[in-house]
Design a protein around this ligand. Structure first.
Ligand SMILES: [Zn+2]
Length: 160
C-alpha cells in the first residue's frame, strides 16, 4: 500500500504554460500569455482569456491570439492539440505542461490517495483532481495511467 497526497489546486493552476503540437511541423510548441491578468485580486479568473503567443521550439513558428472577449468561448490552447495527451484504452489524460503531468503522476502513484485542502482556497469542487474523469480515478487503471504518463512525458522535450 502506498500513500499519495497532493494539495488541492484549482483547475486553472497550470494554464500559464501550455504545450501543444506545432501546426507547421508537429514539434513541441509552447503557449504563454503576453499580457498580465486584468483581475490580479482574483487569481486564475481570466487566465484562459489572456492574449497569448505560441512559439515552436522546433521550427520557430509563431502564432498570436488576441485577448478573448468575455462572453466569447475561451480557447487557451489556440485550437491546437495538447502535446501531453496520455493515451489509454479508456481515454486520454490531458496535461497542460510538465508540472501538471508531475502533479497528476504524484496523485495517481498512490494506492491510497488524498487531496488536502489548502487554507483559504475553496477550490474543492472545481479542483484538478475532482474534475478528472471517473476512469482516471479508478484504482484498477492506475498502472496503465502511470505507463501512459511515462510515455507522453518524452514529448515534452524539444525534439520529442
Ligand atoms: Zn514547428
Amino acid at each position: 500500500m502506498t500513500r499519495s497526497r497532493v494539495p488541492a489546486k484549482a483547475d486553472w493552476t497550470f494554464m500559464d504554460r501550455i504545450l501543444v503540437d506545432c501546426p507547421a511541423c508537429g514539434g513541441l510548441a509552447v503557449i504563454l500569455p503576453t499580457e498580465p491578468p486584468k483581475f490580479p485580486d482574483k487569481p486564475g479568473f481570466d487566465i484562459d482569456f489572456l492574449a497569448r503567443r505560441m512559439t515552436c521550439t522546433a521550427c520557430g513558428k509563431v502564432r498570436e491570439q488576441e485577448h478573448t472577449a468575455f462572453g466569447a468561448l475561451a480557447n487557451p490552447a489556440m485550437g491546437l492539440p495538447l502535446r501531453l495527451r496520455a493515451q489509454t484504452r479508456h481515454g486520454d489524460l490531458l496535461a497542460w505542461n510538465e508540472a501538471h503531468l508531475d502533479y497528476l503522476q504524484t496523485w495517481l502513484s498512490g494506492t491510497l490517495r488524498e487531496e488536502t485542502r489548502e487554507s483559504g482556497v475553496g477550490v474543492r469542487n472545481r479542483s484538478i483532481i475532482s474534475r478528472l474523469p471517473a476512469w482516471a480515478k479508478a484504482p484498477r487503471n492506475r498502472d496503465e495511467l502511470l505507463k501512459a504518463i511515462a510515455r507522453v512525458r518524452l514529448k515534452a522535450r524539444p525534439g520529442g
